[in-house]
Design a protein around this ligand. Structure first.
Ligand code: ATP
Ligand code: MG
Length: 260
């Protein structure tokens, strides 16, 4: 029996007349790096949006630890251990690394604004715990960033910004990390480095599962344990990188796209 953390059954997402996810069946296993592939518009980001509660599926179930995720709020899903990065960067450039990473965990903060105004001492203690926690996380993911914790993000290179976004997602100590095209806008060498970091983190954070949406085949080949290929919202192939690239349906989906 496979060690499935997430089971997706008959998942369908319609936007008006468009079916972005079409009766999808898949599972995400504990501790794996799963590549999610497919031509533009095949439903990859939509799958993340449904899984994280941004969109409510038209039909089907997503079972996580025995509970159906559909109908839960993004906050509930986040608190249960699912974190993501977005296809387009969502950092606040004038804010510091620390601020940007802590925003990622805002939903888990114990103390709201009113509390902070009236109970400064407790707030201070919470703040210091956060500084420690961010330092620790950056220390695992990207040690050179620790010394620059209070510098604005706009002073960082593209790859460091991407690292900061991944750290923000890791701040809640998720069990499942969803990465939507983390290599976008980066050079080949930068992508290689970022993937090294992700592999390293996976080695250090026990049992972390990662789903990676990625167009670069060499990245997929290098870091995934398993791949799923979507086309028009349907799963057309599943298996190791070698298996899916040898699949005629996958080749047609990609060649069809290039010919278009
Ligand atoms: N909020 C929305 N409203 C209407 N249509 C949407 C919405 N979100 C996605 N779609 C449509 O659903 C389909 C799947 O889009 P999605 O963004 O999931 O593709 P993708 O596989 O992530 O593509 P890409 O590789 O270009 O990022 C597309 O046809 C898209 O236009
Ligand atoms: Mg997308």
């Amino acid at each position: 029996m496979s060690d499935a953390m997430i089971q997706v059954r008959d998942l369908t997402m319609r936007f008006g007349g468009l079916t972005a996810l079409d009766n999808l069946q898949l599972e995400i296993r504990r501790g794996e790096i799963l590549g999610l592939l497919g031509p533009n518009g095949s439903g990859k980001t939509t799958f993340f949006n449904v899984l994280t509660g941004l969109y409510k599926a038209s039909a089907g179930t997503i079972t996580y630890d025995g509970n159906n995720v559909i109908g839960k709020t993004p906050q509930q899903i986040y608190r249960s251990g699912v974190a993501r990065t977005f296809q387009r960067s969502r950092l606040s450039l004038p804010l510091t690394v620390f601020d940007n990473i802590v925003i990622g965990d805002y939903q888990n903060m114990r103390h709201g604004l009113v509390f902070n105004l009236f109970r400064r001492k407790a707030f201070r203690a919470e703040y210091e715990r956060y500084v420690e926690s961010v330092r620790e996380l950056l220390g695992i993911f990207s040690p050179p960033l620790v010394a620059r914790l209070f510098e604005p993000v706009e002073t960082f290179t593209m790859i460091d910004r991407r690292r900061i976004e991944v750290c923000r997602a890791l701040m809640s100590r998720p069990r499942l990390l969803l990465l939507d095209e983390p290599s976008a806008g980066m050079t080949h060498d930068e992508t290689h480095e970022l993937m090294d970091d992700i592999l390293q983190v996976r080695g250090k954070l026990q049992d972390l599962s990662v789903v990676l949406i990625e167009h670069e085949m060499n990245v997929i080949e290098r870091i995934t344990d398993r791949c799923i290929v979507l086309n028009y919202g349907k799963k057309i192939a599943e298996g190791t990188y070698a298996e899916i690239t040898a699949d005629p349906d996958v080749q047609t989906a990609y060649l069809g796209e290039e010919a278009a």
